[in-house]
Design a binder for this molecule. Structure first.
Ligand SMILES: Nc1ncnc2c1ncn2[C@@H]1O[C@H](COP(=O)(O)OP(=O)(O)OP(=O)(O)O)[C@@H](O)[C@H]1O
Ligand SMILES: [Mg+2]
Length: 236
């Protein structure tokens, strides 16, 4: 299974017909088992790109080849839960065949057990994000797209969920795309990092991390993070 991406352009037009270029030059491929991480300035076009890659937006220039059979799990930047459905029903709607054992495990891992029967309006943003993660994991995706999934969570919970995402990624041969502003997430989870320019976004540089995720030491992670900071400062 493989994703082939060559987006040469994407623009929006406002009501006055003015053109707003958002993407320019996004070319990469991703294989099953790989995690591609995108790091780029706010507003550069990351969420727009992910929606194209998820097949939700066909209005762009270029070509995206996605595996036709892939089960897609997507965590949007905003949690997008159905407000009139309980937490549990939000997940069951996405994953109707999930069994009780797996559902309970997911709730336990994401520390959501006591919120099972709550409605989205009763949740904090961090809780709602966890429900959105549970919903994406529940369908056992082959292709997982995560748009800043750990934003607004406290450090301890973010680190815990990062581990959970890593475990999920290791447990199945899945293609994963992650957008983050957090370099810990990027270096801990990514196999290949893509540094994006300001809008219209293009890939400035691809940074591979050859050491397998499970064998990365704290010192190697710190070394790569420092390198990324240098590159960002140098705007490479
Ligand atoms: N539906 C839309 N119509 C018009 N303009 C849009 C639309 N969606 C996004 N944009 C514009 O496209 C640009 C990129 O937006 P996008 O949400 O992709 O950025 P981003 O990199 O995800 O930002 P952030 O890091 O803040 O989430 C922005 O200037 C935004 O205003
Ligand atoms: Mg975004």
């Amino acid at each position: 299974m493989q994703l082939e991406v060559d987006i040469t352009g994407k623009h929006f037009e406002n009501a006055a017909g003015e053109r707003h270029d958002v993407l320019a030059g996004i070319k990469f491929s991703l294989h099953a088992g790989e995690v591609g991480v995108f790091v780029g300035p706010s507003g550069c076009g990351k969420s727009t790109m992910l929606k194209i890659l998820a097949g939700l937006d066909h209005n762009y220039q270029g070509k995206v080849s996605r595996p036709a059979v892939a089960r897609l799990g997507m965590v949007f930047q905003e949690p997008r839960l159905l407000p009139w459905r309980s937490v549990e029903d939000n997940i069951r709607l996405a994953a109707p065949h999930i069994d009780e054992k797996r559902l309970s495990e997911l709730f336990a891992v994401l520390e959501l057990t006591e919120h099972r029967s709550h409605f989205p309006g009763e949740l904090s943003l961090g809780l709602a994000r966890r429900v959105a993660l549970a919903r994406a994991f529940a369908i056992d995706p082959d292709f997982l797209i995560l748009d800043e999934p750990l934003a607004s969570l406290d450090d301890a919970l973010a680190a815990h969920l990062r581990e959970q995402i890593a475990t999920l990624v290791e447990s199945r041969s899945m293609m994963t795309l992650l957008v983050t502003h957090n370099l810990d997430d990027a270096v801990y989870l990514g196999d290949r990092l893509f540094l994006l320019s300001a809008r219209p976004a293009r890939i400035l540089q691809e940074v591979p991390i050859p050491t397998p995720r499970t064998r990365r030491s704290a010192s190697e992670i710190n070394h790569i993070k420092a390198d990324l900071v240098r590159r960002r400062l140098a705007k490479i």
